[in-house]
Design a protein around this ligand. Sequence first.
Ligand code: C5P
Length: 225
Amino acid sequence: HAPVVVAIDGPSGSGKSTVSRAVAARLGLSFLDTGAMYRAMTWWMLANDVDVNDPEAVAVACGKPVIVSGTDADGPTITVDGRDVAAPIRGPEVTAHVSAVAAVPAVRVRLVELQRGCARVAERGIVAEGRDMGSVVFPDATVKIFLTASEAARAERRAAELRAKGVDEATIVAMAADLARRDAADSSRATAPLTQAADAVLVDTSALSLEQVIDRITTLVAERA
Ligand code: C5P
């Protein structure tokens, strides 16, 4: 019996991260946040003065950083060259440039290999979240989920998250604009754009509670595993 792979894709603000971690914890599976890997790569490029708007320069440099993702659903970790970057990769500078770095094919080749490696060593199986988990990285996944939510629901969730962190309203508005720009870039790029795989199950979370979404996905996994 092949280990379970649950592939979860969707735009930012669809509830992907919260849902993916919760499903992994509930099923006792490993968890992989592939967005964190693209963010870690971007953080390293910025820290080393690589011009992130120059795809050639990014392609040449992307083999250098050693990126390691811990896959424990209770406390995923991410390091670059041994340094814990969990906090800085969520900052505005990385967020502003990550889509450009993620669009470079050489970056994707490298990180996809790391992602498949994480799945191979996950004993009980893995929940992997990102933009191309079902379409490119894990074509034979046990279950593929495409998570969406209305534009309004996504914006509202993001704003609530930021407000809870004490972020001011002007920054919240600016971050909403940045999010829309990032989703457009991720959906329109040439290599591995955000797209629903033909065999993925569409789950619209706009009117569902977190519990309802988790139940829906764990039921699908139970039916197919
Ligand atoms: O999921 P998160 O918002 O942290 O992802 C950050 C960025 O990483 C996305 O906007 C996208 O450009 C890139 N990404 C990607 N492929 C993935 C996961 C993330 O291109 N599988």
